[in-house]
Structures are given as C-alpha cells and as structure tokens.
Design a protein around this ligand. Structure first.
Ligand SMILES: [Zn+2]
Length: 266
C-alpha cells in the first residue's frame, strides 16, 4: 500500500489493516557510474518496499531521497543536505507518520552512505519521549539464491548487484553502452587504512567516480534473484515488527525511568 496512491478514506482502512507498520524507503540522489540513474537507490528501495508490502501489509512512505552523501559533492547531480537538517527532517517526518496512526516505523535503507547516520538517528530517539517505535532495516547481503548467480569479486557500487537489479526492475534506465572504465579501487590512502585509521575522504580516495565494480555479465535474471531475496527478507521483518510486543513496551519503560533515574535493574 503506497501512501501517496491511497485516498484519505483508503488510508484510514490501511492503517488498521497493517497494524500500524510504515516503511520509509531511504535512498539518496547520487551518481552511480555512467550507466545507472542518479535515483538508483531511492527507486530500488521504494520498489522493494512496495513489493514486500504486497506480501505483508504495511504502508509505504513516498520516495525519501534526502540522505548522507557529502562524499559525492564533486560529481554532477548530487543532493547533499547538511547533516543536522537530515536528522531533524527525518525526526519530523517520523513524528508526522506517527501522528497519522502509524506507530511502528521501519527505516528501510537503500544507500550504504546512510548507515552510520541512521544508526545515530536510532540512538537519538532515546533522547526524548516518542509515542512510536523506530526500527532500521539496513541493506542485507544478497540471498543465497542470488549469491549463486553473482560472479564479480569487486562490486561495491553500481556494479553487478545494482545494475542487475535495475535491469530487472526498470531496464529502460540502464545505459550499458556507456559503462565506465574506472571501477577499480585506487587505494590512495591504503597506508592510512591499513593502520586501522579512518578519514572522511576515504570514499573519494578510493572511488572518486562513484563506481566500484568490475564488468561482468549483468542480467535481469540475477536482478530478479536479488530483488526477490530482499523482498522476502523485508516481508519477514515486517511480520516481526507487527508482532513485536516487547520493544515498544521497553521504550515506554525507558522514557518513564528517564524522568526518575534509579538503581533498579531492570
Ligand atoms: Zn546505490
């Protein structure tokens, strides 16, 4: 059930039917090599959410394409909003979703660069009382059936997985005739990373063209297996969220005890 395609009357019924579960498909607008669309992540993850919600009832929030992507500010088409704004915006959106009766919100991430931000967002939900629960579904490993088909050893961005998935979902958006030849890892700060150090410039150091991939055979068949595995995984998660009686109760308990810290455990 796609939030933006429901009428107001249908929406009320849908909230009841889905047990208060809302999926927020999070992507970002970012270059994906030369051959995939800037909206690869939001398009893919919105499709996965919509398909999973057909199996396990949930309302799917419209495309949410504001995410963490400062590392792509040097390439055309990037939308990189300030980090504090991203956190505030997501918080306000969750408040609005809950105000509409959906109190189990699943952030379904489709962009690797969002992972740290979303985990921090989860921690921030403990800072002040909320009358809803937020869950994070981050990008899973491809399912076993998909892994059996995959061949690339180098595939971290716009490679075999993402290209094949898009060939399955929206083949008209894939331009294989202009596939870039700059997918190898440059390793310009290997000495720093080998010492166990991290820096903000690591992605630019290794993959300035936002392609981390080798050219193997990209097929819609591989894409179908990838999407199918992800949809199954998310449908299972929707069921767990809908039936989860413990987490919302723990949150209530935690917020209450925040007001009067004590030495009682638990
Ligand atoms: Zn991507």
């Amino acid at each position: 059930m796609n939030w933006d395609k429901l009428t107001a009357v249908e929406f009320t019924d849908a909230v009841d039917r889905c047990g208060g579960v809302c999926l927020v498909p999070l992507g970002v607008i970012e270059k994906h090599g030369d051959h995939l669309p800037l909206g690869q992540d939001p398009i893919y993850i919105h499709d996965v959410c919509s398909l999973a919600a057909e199996r396990e009832p949930a309302i799917v929030f419209p495309y949410y394409y504001f995410g963490q992507i400062h590392e792509a500010r040097h390439v055309p088409g990037t939308i990189a909003l300030d980090g504090k704004l991203l956190l505030d915006l997501l918080s306000a959106v969750c408040d609005e979703i809950a105000r509409n009766g959906l109190d189990r919100i699943v952030l379904v991430n489709g962009h690797g660069g969002n992972s740290s931000l979303l985990r921090y967002f989860l921690q921030l939900t403990l800072a002040e009382r909320r009358d809803y629960t937020v869950y994070l579904s981050d990008i899973p490993r491809p399912a076993e059936a998909a892994r059996e088909l995959l061949r690339a050893r180098n595939d971290g961005h716009a490679g075999e997985i993402e290209t094949s998935a898009m060939l399955h979902l929206h083949p008209e958006l894939v331009k294989l005739d202009v596939y870039g030849d700059y997918g190898q890892t440059l390793g310009r700060i290997a000495h720093v990373r080998e010492a166990g150090l991290e820096t903000g410039i690591w992605w630019y150091a290794d993959h300035p063209g936002h392609l981390k991939a080798e050219q193997v055979e990209f097929t819609a068949e591989k894409g179908r297996a990838i999407v199918e595995g992800h949809v199954n995984h998310l449908a299972r998660q929707i069921r767990v969220v809908r039936e989860d009686a413990v987490t919302p109760e723990l949150l209530r308990d935690f917020y209450e005890r925040n007001d009067a810290p004590s030495n009682r455990y638990p």
